[in-house]
Structures are given as structure tokens and as C-alpha cells.
Design a protein around this ligand. Structure first.
Ligand SMILES: C[S@@+](CC[C@H](N)C(=O)[O-])C[C@H]1O[C@@H](n2cnc3c(N)ncnc32)[C@H](O)[C@@H]1O
Length: 229
């Protein structure tokens, strides 16, 4: 860990997005099947879903809990990617503990499955039309997000579902898409860009237009059609 850099947050559901995330899960007034791609310590987004999912819901958590920074990420002097990669076992154990704690405190409320594996492989083995709610917050580099969104569209229940995700800080323009394409192996671009290039490019390619506030993005599926509202 690089002590000159800020510590990596164990809860990455940033306060300015948490309200939007609550609103997203609360649109469901019945038990649902929810999928989270990218759980980290289980202290952020996971807790929001657990707090607001109705009794009888299921929550599937998919994360490899393995180092995943690219060489270009590791050369970023302003973020401790190496320190993040070094915490994956702690993050995995924390998730197991917090899920057990939830199950002890609220027995039988939500059936939670923890799947330790790369989402690209894990999701490809799941059948179509499985989930009402899908949250995409795994590896933010282009190839991974692209694969996640192809699977999310297939796994989303076609009658009605919501796909949403983290870290779309800016809506695309031709200029930004060009920058995103050039930097698609990067996690994040700092000043003057300040956005996740892989998330922007992959979300744009998958859906065209999406809803976005404070970097939280969403799209609905109704009768097999994807749209934002
Ligand atoms: C930004 S963090 C998730 C933060 C979490 N949702 C929260 O609110 O605290 C990204 C997570 O994606 C995971 N990840 C990395 N590669 C992945 C992959 N191929 N599939 C799924 N998750 C992945 C990382 O291990 C990490 O836990």
C-alpha cells in the first residue's frame, strides 16, 4: 500500500449516489431477483439492496475478488491501484461476514448467493430472463463492461426489469467517445477528463441513451425493449 495516497474506500456507494440507488431498488413493490456485478467489501451497494429488497427476494453477488488492475492503471500516481489489488482477500472475507450477519439478523428475508468468479464467465453460464434488477459495478474497463452489458440484456426479465450501474460520470459526445475509445484499457481518466472511459463506451454501445444522475445510470426493459425514463 502506498501511504502517500488516500486509503481505498471499503464502501464505494458514494453518498451522492446512494439516494438514487435506493430509489432504483424501491421501484419494485414485490420480491425480486437481483444481481450485483462487483461487490468489493459488501459494505456499499450490497447493503443498499439488502436494506430495501422485499422479503422473498433473491440477491446474487458476483465478484472474482482477485487483482484486476491493468498495467496502465498501475502507472496512475494518483490512485492506489496496487493497494486495492492487495485487499481482495479482505474484501471477500468481509462480504462473507456481512452476508452471514444479515442472514442472522433477518433470517429468511433474502436468499443471497455469493459467486466468486469473473462475471464474464459466470454470467455466460446463466440462462436468459433471470433477473428483475441488475447492477453493473465490476471491472470498469471496456471489454469487461461490454461483456457484462451483453449478458445483462440477455439475463434481464423481458416483461419488466431495470439494469443500472455505477461510474458513468459524463454523457457521451463524439469527442468523449473518441477519447474513451483510445483509453478503453484504462479504469479512469483524471483531469481534465474525469470519467471512466470503458463505462462510457460500453454503455453507449449497448443502449445508446440511458438515464444518468450523479454518475449513476439506468435503463428499463419493458416487453423486451430497452429505454430510459
Ligand atoms: C468499484 S468495486 C465495487 C464496489 C461496490 N459495488 C460497492 O458499492 O462498494 C469493483 C469490484 O469489481 C470487482 N471485479 C473486478 N473484475 C471483475 C469481473 N471480471 N467481474 C465481476 N467483478 C469484478 C472487483 O473485485 C471489485 O470488488
Amino acid at each position: 500500500m502506498n501511504s502517500r495516497l488516500p486509503a481505498i474506500a471499503t464502501n464505494q456507494a458514494w453518498p451522492f449516489r446512494a439516494g438514487l440507488m435506493k430509489q432504483a431498488i424501491q421501484i419494485f413493490k414485490k420480491p425480486v431477483d437481483a444481481l450485483e456485478i462487483g461487490t468489493w467489501y459488501g459494505e456499499g451497494s450490497t447493503q443498499i439492496w439488502l436494506e430495501h429488497l422485499m422479503a422473498g427476494s433473491t440477491l446474487t453477488l458476483v465478484d472474482p475478488w482477485k487483482p484486476y488492475s491493468s498495467a496502465s492503471d498501475l502507472s496512475d500516481a494518483q490512485y492506489d491501484y496496487a493497494g486495492m489489488d492487495a485487499q481482495v482477500l479482505q474484501a471477500y472475507l468481509s462480504t462473507i461476514l456481512s452476508v452471514c450477519k444479515f442472514e442472522n439478523n433477518q433470517p429468511g428475508k433474502v436468499a443471497i448467493d455469493i459467486i466468486r468468479g469473473e462475471s464474464e464467465r459466470v454470467l455466460s453460464r446463466m440462462r436468459d430472463d433471470l433477473f428483475d434488477f441488475i447492477y453493473v459495478d465490476g471491472d470498469h474497463k471496456y471489454e469487461s463492461v461490454k461483456r457484462n452489458l451483453i449478458d445483462a440484456k440477455r439475463l434481464a426479465k423481458k416483461e419488466f426489469s431495470l439494469i443500472c450501474g455505477d461510474d458513468l460520470e459524463r454523457l457521451p459526445s463524439p469527442e468523449l467517445l473518441e477519447i474513451a475509445h483510445i483509453n478503453r484499457t484504462r479504469d479512469y481518466l483524471r483531469d481534465p477528463h474525469n470519467f471512466h472511459p470503458g463505462v462510457m463506451l460500453a454503455v453507449h454501445e449497448a443502449f445508446g441513451e440511458v438515464g444518468m444522475e450523479e454518475g449513476f445510470w439506468w435503463v428499463f426493459c419493458k416487453d423486451g425493449k430497452f429505454f430510459c425514463a
